[in-house]
Design a protein. Sequence first.
Length: 134
Amino acid sequence: MADLNTFYAKWAPRILSVLRIVTAFLLIAHGAQKLFGFLAPPGMPGMPPFSQMWVAGILEFFGGLLLLVGLFTRPVAFILSGLLAVAYFQVHAPGGFWPLQNKGELAVLYCFVFLYLWFAGGGEWSLDRLLRRR
């Protein structure tokens, strides 16, 4: 049992980094869709500059890039958690109480993953950790 606990203790910060990297990569695609039309559905209009959706795209794309490399993880995760909470309550919650019903599951999940990253940091494989060592 002690060996298993040692294994978990060793790998937890690394798996935290994997969670951060995968989540950031997925979020970058959402931002790229809003900003550049990347994989946008046919006929989806571009977001007008300085609109709320454009600002969300900026935060998703560039915040996602920062999270991908683990730079400024905590403040970026805090901002993104708030962004996704706003997205849920503005866009999804009016469609019904349950996230499954209002198609808000991703917004809720992202919000709470970013809330976790705000507390946990970027993990072992992050620029934040590398800079902290110096």
